[in-house]
Design a protein around this ligand. Structure first.
Ligand SMILES: NC(=O)c1ccc[n+]([C@@H]2O[C@H](COP(=O)([O-])OP(=O)(O)OC[C@H]3O[C@@H](n4cnc5c(N)ncnc54)[C@H](OP(=O)(O)O)[C@@H]3O)[C@@H](O)[C@H]2O)c1
Length: 250
């Protein structure tokens, strides 16, 4: 039975991915900062689920916790770097600089920590799979997406470069790039708890759901080992990169 580590397991995509992969028969380690959320997920998912409280930005703490995993969960075969966030939607000249730093620390540095710690074991065993949660924001610019989109562009290029470093090894890498997805805490976090603003984002739009993403991840991990999906971009039908715009009133 393969073991999967999912970061950002206390909400949204991560929580749905844990549920789906447990149902698929995997052992799952779910990590996040909020212990209460992880504990209630553990109660629901049973003995094949291990809740792990850590902050991906704290490398030493993460390394210590991963070095002392309980028997049965020590060999991580699949790493899903999902923990991440967007903060703010202001243009670059008005954005909160600490928000920028938090996004870089979480989306880039956090993913680097987990990957650098877990990848050597995969290489030793010549077996493994890393799935990173990128975003369409890493490809298509949008107003206020400044640093968030740039962190996801990093995730995209890092994923591609991992494939290159792992050439000739039986370790797979995929960058999953979702578009507008509702039913998670993503926008509540982005708007610093202003739930009315967050809800507005999804009003009158059929968005993709966390379950859609979990089903995609389940499909990916169950594809045959000789096959590598380098990247997969997913949008709701209601969203499209709808061409260049011209402002008439400048
Ligand atoms: N929703 C979308 O529209 C969308 C679209 C494209 C890409 N994405 C990406 O998909 C991923 C998941 O998004 P989501 O919509 O599921 O967001 P979400 O509902 O806000 O969940 C984010 C998860 O990340 C965890 N997290 C945040 N900072 C962390 C840290 N420093 N250490 C450990 N865990 C941390 C949170 O848990 P704690 O707060 O308990 O730590 C939470 O479990 C993110 O990388 C996001 O950028 C989302």
């Amino acid at each position: 039975m393969n073991t999967v580590l999912v970061t950002g397991a206390s909400a949204g995509f991560g929580e749905a991915i844990c549920r789906k992969l447990i149902a698929d028969g995997y052992k799952v380690i779910g990590a996040a900062r909020r212990e209460d959320k992880l504990k209630s997920l553990a109660t629901e998912l049973g003995d094949n689920f291990l809740p792990l409280q850590f902050d991906v930005t704290q490398k030493d703490a993460v390394d210590n916790i991963l070095a002392t995993l309980p028997i049965g969960f020590q060999q991580i075969d699949i790493l899903i770097n999902n923990a991440g966030l967007a903060l703010g939607i202001e243009p670059a000249y008005e954005a909160d600089y600490t928000d920028w730093e938090t996004m870089v620390q979480t989306n880039i540095i956090g993913m680097m920590h987990l990957t650098r710690t877990i990848l050597p074991g995969m290489v030793e065993r010549n077996f493994g799979y890393i799935i990173n949660l990128g975003s369409i924001a890493g490809t298509y610019p949008y107003r206020g997406g400044n640093v968030y989109g740039a962190t996801k562009a990093f995730v995209k290029q890092f994923s591609a470069n991992l494939r290159t470093d792992l050439f000739g090894k039986k370790i797979r890498v995929t960058n999953v790039e979702p578009g507008l997805c509702g039913g998670t805490e993503f926008s509540n976090v982005r708007f610093h708890g202003d739930n009315a603003k967050a809800n507005d984002v999804y009003k009158n739009v059929q968005y993709i759901t966390a379950e859609d993403i979990a089903n995609t991840i389940s499909w990916l991990v169950n594809t045959p080992p000789h096959m590598n999906v380098n990247s997969i971009e997913i949008m709701p039908i209601a969203q499209a990169p709808a061409g260049l715009n011209v402002s008439k009133e400048m």
